[in-house]
Design a protein around this ligand. Structure first.
Ligand SMILES: NC(=O)c1ccc[n+]([C@@H]2O[C@H](COP(=O)([O-])OP(=O)(O)OC[C@H]3O[C@@H](n4cnc5c(N)ncnc54)[C@H](O)[C@@H]3O)[C@@H](O)[C@H]2O)c1
Length: 485
C-alpha cells in the first residue's frame, strides 16, 4: 500500500520520501514505480519528462530522521496498534511541529493510534484502496481530537493529489470494509452450508446486481488469509457475528488455499457451456408474475403442451408425467408448495425466480431451486429452458433468500443502520461502494430504489425462517412498511 500511495504523491508533484525498514522493500518499490510510470508513458497518459520528474521526486530512505521536514506523513506499515503507535511516537520527536500524521489503517481506530503520537490534534485517517495508484477513493476520518484545520489541510492534499475523498466516522472498517467484511464472510458461510457453488455465487451477484467482480473472485484476489485477519480485527470490536471468521475460511487457510497467491482458493471450476437446445414449455399462470410480467418476451416462446410446465404467480400442481414442473417463488421456500418430503423421494419439481430488486425491471438472472433429491433430468431441463432464452442460470438449495437476497439484504440493512448511526452520508456510502468496489450503484440508492417496504418484506421473511439478526429489517424499512400499510 505504501508503494502505491508514494506513486500518488509523486505523480501529483510532491517531493516524496519513501521510508521502509527494509531496503529490499524499497528496491522492489522503485522497480515497480519505474514500471508503473513507464507504462503510463507507453499508454500516452504521461510524458517521458513527467515520468522522469515523478521518479526523481521519490527519495528512498531507511532513516526516519529524513522525514523531519515533511508536511504530511502517511503511514502504511503492518496492521498492529502497538507498532503504529510506537512509530508515530518516534516520528513526533523527529518531525516539525506542523507535520500532519495520517494512517492508512483498515481496521484500527484513528483516535487510538493518535493517542500515542503526542500530537493527536494533527492526526487523520486516510484509507486508500488497493492499488492506491489506480483507485481514486480515499476514506477520510478524524480522531476525537483531530482539529478542523488538520482535517481540512489533509482533505485539500487529497484533492490536489487528484483523489476523491469521502468522510466517515472513526469506526472499524470505515465504510468500505464495514460493509465488505461481513458480506464476504456470509459468502463463505453460504458455501460452507452447501447453498451453491462459489462459481454460481459469482454469476448470481454479477448478473443479478451488476457488480464488476464476484465476491469469490474478490476473496481469492485479496487472499483468504487477509479475510481471516480482517474478521479477527472486526469481531472483538463490533461483536457482529457476521464479522467473525467462518470455520471454512480457517480450514481453507490451514490447508494452504489462500486464493490467487497460492494458486487456488474458493473458485476451482471451469465455466460450464450454456445449453443450446431446450425442451418446449407450457405456461400455467395463477396471478401476476414478478419474474415475467405481462408482455415479457420469454412468455411468447411458450407452447401448448411441452414436457416442461412453468407455474407463474404462486400456483403449483404436481404432474409426474412432465420432465420438469417449474414453480415461481417469491420470498417463500419451494418446500411450501411441494412439502419437504417430496424432495427426499425424488421429484421433477424445480423452484425458480428471476432476480429483481424490488420494483426495478427484472434482471437477467434466474435462480433455480432444488431440493435434496430433485431429479437431475428436471434440473437440466429447467436450466436449458432459461439458458436458451438467454438468461444466466444458477442453482441453489431450497434456502431462504436463495443466493442474491441471502447475501445482499444484510448489507442493505447495514447501510441503512450506518446512516442512522451517522457513519457517513448516503452519498458517501454509495460513492465508496461504486468507486472502491466497482458496484454499479450504492447500497442506499439500490435498496431505496427497489422499495424500502419490499426490503422489509424480504428480510422479514428470511429472518422468520433463519432467526439471524442480520436480516432484522432496518428502521427505515420498517417505517416504509408501516406507511405502506
Ligand atoms: N492491503 C490492502 O488491501 C490494504 C488496503 C488499505 C489499507 N491497508 C492498510 O495499509 C497498511 C499496510 O498494509 P499492506 O498490505 O501494504 O502491508 P504489507 O505488509 O504489504 O507492507 C507493510 C510494509 O511496512 C513495512 N514496515 C513494517 N513495519 C514497519 C515499521 N515499523 N516502520 C516502517 N515500515 C515498516 C514493511 O517492511 C512493509 O514493506 C495496513 O495498515 C493495512 O491495514 C491495506
Amino acid at each position: 500500500m505504501g508503494a502505491g500511495i508514494a506513486l500518488v504523491a509523486a505523480r501529483a508533484g510532491y517531493e516524496t520520501y519513501c521510508f521502509d525498514l527494509s531496503a529490499d522493500a524499497l528496491a522492489r518499490q522503485r522497480k515497480a514505480a519505474q514500471k508503473f510510470f513507464g507504462r503510463s508513458v507507453e499508454k500516452g497518459r504521461m510524458s517521458q519528462e513527467d515520468c522522469d520528474a515523478a521518479l526523481g521526486r521519490m527519495i528512498d530512505t531507511t532513516a526516519l530522521t529524513d522525514l523531519a521536514d515533511c508536511d504530511l506523513v502517511i503511514e502504511a506499515i503492518f496492521e498492529n496498534l502497538k507498532v503504529k503507535k510506537e512509530l508515530f511516537g518516534e516520528l513526533n520527536g523527529i518531525c516539525k511541529d506542523s507535520t500532519i500524521f495520517a494512517s492508512n489503517t483498515s481496521t484500527l481506530s484513528i483516535t487510538e493510534i493518535a493517542a500515542g503520537t503526542g500530537r493527536d490534534d494533527r492526526m487523520v485517517g486516510m484509507h486508500f484502496c488497493l492499488p492506491a495508484q489506480v483507485m481514486k477513493l480515499i476514506e477520510m476520518s478524524r480522531g476525537i481530537n483531530t482539529s478542523d484545520e488538520t482535517f481540512a489541510t489533509a482533505w485539500a492534499w487529497t484533492e490536489a493529489a487528484g483523489q476523491i475523498s469521502v468522510e466517515t466516522q472513526d469506526k472499524p472498517g470505515f465504510i468500505l470494509n464495514a460493509l465488505l467484511v461481513p458480506f464476504n464472510n456470509d459468502v463463505i458461510r453460504a458455501i460452507e452450508a452447501g447453498l451453491c457453488t462459489p462459481e454460481d455465487i459469482d454469476t448470481a451477484i454479477c448478473s443479478g446486481l451488476g457488480y464488476k467482480m464476484g465476491p469469490c473472485t474478490l476473496l481469492d484476489l485479496i487472499g483468504l488469509d487477509t479475510q481471516v485477519l480482517l474478521g479477527e480485527a472486526f469481531y472483538p470490536i463490533t461483536l457482529d457475528t457476521r464479522a467473525s471468521v467462518p470455520p471454512l475460511l480457517r480450514r481453507m487457510v490451514a490447508a494452504g488455499r489462500l486464493g490467487n497467491k497460492s494458486g487456488g482458493g474458493l473458485l476451482t471450476a471451469e465455466k460450464a457451456a450454456k445449453a443450446t437446445e431446450a425442451p418446449a414449455f407450457t405456461i400455467a399462470s395463477a396471478g401476476d408474475s414478478r419474474s415475467f410480467p405481462t408482455g415479457d418476451d420469454f412468455l411468447s416462446a411458450a407452447q401448448g403442451d411441452g414436457p416442461v410446465t412453468i407455474h407463474l404467480g404462486g400456483g403449483f400442481a404436481a404432474d409426474a408425467g412432465k420432465t420438469a414442473v417449474l414453480v415461481e417463488l417469491d420470498t417463500e421456500c419451494l418446500g411450501v408448495h411441494t412439502g419437504e418430503d417430496m424432495g427426499r423421494e425424488g421429484s421433477n419439481v424445480v423452484g425458480f425466480a428471476r432476480y429483481r430488486n424490488g420494483s426495478d425491471a427484472p434482471s437477467n438472472l434466474i435462480e433455480l431451486v432444488r431440493q435434496p433429491a430433485t431429479d437431475d433430468a428436471a434440473l437440466a431441463a429447467a436450466r436449458a429452458v432459461f439458458e436458451v432464452a438467454g438468461f444466466d442460470v444458477v442453482v441453489c438449495a431450497d434456502r431462504p433468500g436463495r443466493i442474491v437476497d441471502r447475501l445482499v439484504r444484510p448489507k442493505y440493512n447495514d447501510a441503512l443502520r450506518f446512516l442512522d448511526e451517522g457513519l457517513a452520508s448516503a452519498e458517501d456510502m454509495d460513492r465508496t461502494c461504486c468507486m472502491g468496489l466497482g458496484y454499479p450503484d450504492g447500497p442506499v440508492e439500490r435498496v431505496t430504489r427497489g422499495g424500502l417496504a419490499r426490503h422489509c418484506d424480504v428480510t422479514t421473511a428470511i429472518q422468520s425462517m433463519t432467526g439471524l439478526p442480520g436480516y432484522a429489517p432496518a428502521r427505515a424499512a420498517v417505517v416504509a412498511k408501516a406507511r405502506e400499510a
